[in-house]
Design a protein around this ligand. Sequence first.
Ligand code: SF4
Ligand code: SF4
Length: 388
Amino acid sequence: MVSVESDAVRPAHPYKTLVVLQASPFCNIDCQYCYLPHRSITAKMSPAVMQRIFEEVMGSSIIEEPITFLWHLGEPLAVPIEFYEGAFNLYDSVNKVYQRQSSHAFQTNATLINPRWIDFIQERRIGIGVSVDGPAFIHDRKRINRKGVGTHNAVMNGIRLLQEAKIGFSAITVLTNFTLDYPESLYEFYIENNILDVAFNIDEIEGTNKTSSFSEDSTIRRYKRFLANLLTLVAQDGGRLKVREFWTTLRSICSESHNPYNTMVEPLRILNFDHQGNFSTFCPELVAASSEEYAGFKMGNILEVPISSIFENSVFKKVYQEIQQGVSLCKQSCSYWDLCGGGSPSNKFFETGRFDVSETLACRAHKKIVVDVLLDHFEQVSSTTQVQ
Ligand code: SF4
Ligand code: SF4
């Protein structure tokens, strides 16, 4: 699932369009579970590509607003500020014409944040998502720099700068099986550091990351205990910590709809551009796939064809058809369907090599376990209330 948080970016209706932009595939650090294959390549998106993207996205009637441009698929702040000054000037001049409801966001590892970036983020009102895996003894096991040294200090410096400038941010924590023994330490870390809006990913099988520490059934059982403990801590503390997994699932449980809307399986709800202008729709993680059968998931190049041509593209047609088959299978076979809507195509692909399948390791962790934990919690609360 998207480190870009498929559900995290799933707003209340009407659904926003998420346009994921790869300023550069480069990342300054070297997390051990990273799925991106080209993170040593320093090439950047050219002004010509950017101009075409803004013109096409803003000018196209098939792209619905509000639109969020999310700079991701590499470390966005590893590119100089001057790059973004140019990019935002282009965006301004195009948006002057089209006046679309749109905004920008960075998904960053926070290690490069400095006062200049803070000024730029404030001036341009850029939304921020920070990746941090908890206290140093957890974070530094996997989130290391290119010399193999933990990045926790640098990340916390970046977080402090954001907080001093009163720039709100959400956090993404990637869980490994090691983290599961420490729900209390994780909770304390968030509260002590005033990090109150978090989402979890797991070290999924994705892109260049070929294994997950969640593959064992025993780890899934430990994950359930971990989430249950964390939910108890959240509830005891009056819900101070907002955990995406709990709130989005709770919202789905409370909804009366039996037709869940899943932005990851609908064309053009998410639109991804790599730094060369190749575009695709559905999950951004597919940009990291090097599949010959699916032609690297390139569904067009913005310097050559308009976005609307995607519907005639053979890769798009093949992928979309298979995604729909997978969604149908989910609908027929899964008792969690109403709360999920068919899961994440990229997890299906990276785990099985195809899209026309249903359950994945990722959906067991991201969806099924979370639902079970919440329902168990409610049952427990209601039986306690009845006894009293
Ligand atoms: S910060 Fe993100 S892009 Fe960089 S190595 Fe870590 S997971 Fe990969
Ligand atoms: S099998 Fe998994 S992806 Fe499919 S609907 Fe159920 S929970 Fe979702």
